[in-house]
Each structure stands twice: as C-alpha cells, then as structure tokens.
Ligand binder design. Sequence first.
Ligand code: ATP
Ligand code: MG
Length: 469
Amino acid sequence: MNSQKIISTQKKSPKSLQKTLGIGLTIGMTLLWMFALAGAVYVSQNKLNELFDSALAETAQRIMPLAVVEIINREDLTQAQQVMAFKAHNEPLVYIVRNNLGQILLQSHNADPAIFNQTLLKGFNSSATHRFYGVSAVQDTLHIEVAEPLTQRRDAIIEMAVTLLWPLVFLIPFCFIGSWAFVHYSLRHVLAYRDEIESRGSSDLSLIKTESLPAEIFTISESVNRLLDRLRRALESERSFTANSAHELRTPIATALAQIQRLQQEVSAGPTQDRMIKLESTIRGLSNLSEKLMQLAKAEGGGLLSNEPCDLISLLKLIINDAQRSHPEKVIILALPQNKEYRSAIDPDAFAILIRNLLDNAIKHGAIQNRAIQNRVIKHTEKDQPIEISFSANGLLTIVNDASVIPAEILTQLRQRFVRSNVSAQGMGLGLAIADAIVSGTGATMTFNSPAAGRVDGFEVSVDFSTIN
Ligand SMILES: Nc1ncnc2c1ncn2[C@@H]1O[C@H](COP(=O)(O)OP(=O)(O)OP(=O)(O)O)[C@@H](O)[C@H]1O
Ligand SMILES: [Mg+2]
C-alpha cells in the first residue's frame, strides 16, 4: 500500500514554483482588483443616487412655481396642455402636473402619463422603470411629479464598472509575466544550483557550490554536500579496497601459476597431470577475475574523461591488431569512415578497457569459438562468421558476431555484475558490467541487439561516443 503510494507520487511531474507563484499572484491581484471594483461601484452607486435624487427634487421644485403661474393664468383651468419643445431633443426628465382630482393640467412634451403613479404621492418613490419625486402646491390643489428613467443611473454605473474593468485585460498578462520574470530572477541561484546538479555525470560526487543560495535552500544544499562527501568517501574506500586486493592477489596468483606449470613438467601424463591442468585453468580464472576487478574499480572511479581529446580510430586499430595477434584463428573485419579520425574526450585507458571487454566477448562467446571449444580443436568451417566491427564518421561503434539468439529478458540484464547467458565459455559475468560503468561514466550510450540487425541470429553491441561532451 505504502510502496504504491510512493510510486504514484513519484510519477507525478513536480510543479514549477515559478509557474505556481506567477498564477497565484495573478489570481490574487485579479481578486483584489475585483473586490476594489465592487467596493467602488457600491460607494459610487450610493453617491450617484443621492446626486440624481437631489437633481430630481430640485427640478420638481423649480418647475412647480412656473407651472402654477401658467395654470392660474389660463381661461379654462381644467384644460390639459402639453409644453411644446423648442426643438427636438432627448428628454431624460419628464413631468406631469395634475389637480387634486388627478386630472392632467400640464405635461412635458415627452411625458407618457402611463408611466406615472396613479395616486398623487409626495416625496421620492420608484417603479420598476422610473424614479419619481412628487410635490404639491396651492394648498394641495396642484401636484407635480417628475420622473427619471432608472436606466440612466444603471448606465452610469455600468459605464464606470467597465472603465475600471478594462485595465485588467492588460494587468493580468503583465502581472503574470512580471511575477514570472521576478521569481525567475530571484531564483537564479537556485536554478544555477539545479543546472549544476543536472549537468553532472553519475560518477561526479564532488561538492556543489552553495554561495549566493537563498537561506531557504542553503541548509538543504549543505546537507546534500555532506551526503555527497560521505558517499564519495564510502565509494572511494570500497573501490580502493577492491583495487588493492586485486593488486595484492596478482603476485601470489602468478607465483602459484608458475609453480603449477613447473610441476606439470615434472609429472608424467596421467590422472595427476589432468588434475594439474584443471588446477591451472582454475588459477587462470582467478587471475582473470582479479584483472576484471581492477578494471571494474577503475571504471567505477573517476578519471574516465581526459582534457586532451584523443583519436579513437587509431586506438581501435591498435586494440584490434593486438586481439588479432592473440587470436589468429578469428576473422575480424573492420570498417572505418573516410575521415579516419574521430576525436573524443574519453580517457584512452578507459576506451581500451571498454573495447577489450567487448572484443573479448565477441571472440569468446561467438558461435565459432563455442563449437571449437566443444570439439577441442580450433578450425574454420564454411559456417564460420567473421566478427564485424564498424566505426561510423559520427562516432558509432558496432561489433557484430555470430551467436545464438539471447532472449530479450536476459539481454536487458547483461549489464549487471555476474549475469551470464553463455556458461560454456569461461568468465565471471563482469565484462559488460565494466563496459556499462565506462559508458555511463563518460556519457556515452551502449545498446545490445540479439539477433543482430538484419540477421536471424548473432549478437550486436553498439556504443555511441557522440554523446560524450
Ligand atoms: N559478443 C557476444 N556474443 C554473444 N553473447 C555475448 C556477447 N557478449 C556478451 N554475451 C553474453 O553476455 C554475458 C555477459 O557478458 P560479460 O562480458 O559480462 O561476462 P562474461 O564474458 O561471461 O565474463 P567475463 O567478461 O567476466 O570474463 C555472457 O556470458 C554472454 O552470454
Ligand atoms: Mg566478457
């Protein structure tokens, strides 16, 4: 259950602090702006209502005396009259003057009596569409009601709200980009710290620079450095122990081998000599193991890259010539690019160890050699396939040899120490582990194919040196 939880959290890609802060600050700023806008609209609406109301009342009180004079001067007091407009104009305020019986005596030219209150009300009141102010005069015999459409007030508020909303269109991207850039600037030392860790090879355990890191990260980086230091010391002591023990074993193994060979000459053919041959082969195996352990200690230590790039093609030719001399029975075909030179930062010793292990495998595990070992004679048959080695102009080395197909699930495990597929040949299962340590320590990549590309069987190993920086 717990492990499942851990796996599911590991799968989630981590969130960027820069993005989270950018989005968070932008949302915060937008909400703040909206709250401020709502407050401004609320206060302005109250103030506007007050102003509009006072203008409405003022208008009613100004018109009333004029209307009274006009009505009293008429011959027929009950005759309704409409005030003529001097010229066509929009009339936001309309009014009607009625007597105490509700008869209309005077009305502005745009006034529609249907919108007014049917009863004669005094002071302020509102309908769904209009705001009214009513006032009476001449002992309540005349009543004026001024109406103002509510849409005017609404339009004014909406216009104000829209004017205040507009800046948000520019503020949102500005705030996001601004906070993103500011956070990026503030985190520059943290990002440099991340890049330094990211650009390291897996074998680089040196301390990471912690100057200029912010206080929040500083303690973490110091703990990481302490951990790296402990790890480096532990690995170094493990490697030096392996290398020293392998080195110390060399002399006694060589002495034992020499003694056995001398004894073999002294003993006549028979079961004792057979046992001595077996003993010699075991001691040789031991010698190979100590040699491989030394190689592994070097491959897993530092120093796999050199400051001076060297030509891999001339090195490759030297190693192949050497292997050909030791195994004259093998046919090795080498295909090289036109330019005949490929410079790389890989350490020449590390390159030699890598190629020797791969070539040793091709010679040892190739189908021809297996048949020869089984038959106890080394000979070429028509079925014999040569070892094909090619090095392309862009740094891709491929070694193909004859072999029976290795199942895919074993193929993926061959890089691990002591994993072997062909147990008929002598070996410990360390060659590919050494090759893998060199390849990953230098930044190169290595792939295996079985069957080899374009064939029904065989084994193909490819190393891409172009990825080494
Ligand atoms: N060129 C190859 N052709 C066929 N099989 C191979 C080849 N290279 C590796 N293998 C298989 O991968 C296994 C692991 O190889 P590795 O080099 O690690 O060990 P080894 O060669 O058996 O022993 P060691 O290298 O320690 O002497 C081998 O046992 C063999 O089965
Ligand atoms: Mg090997």
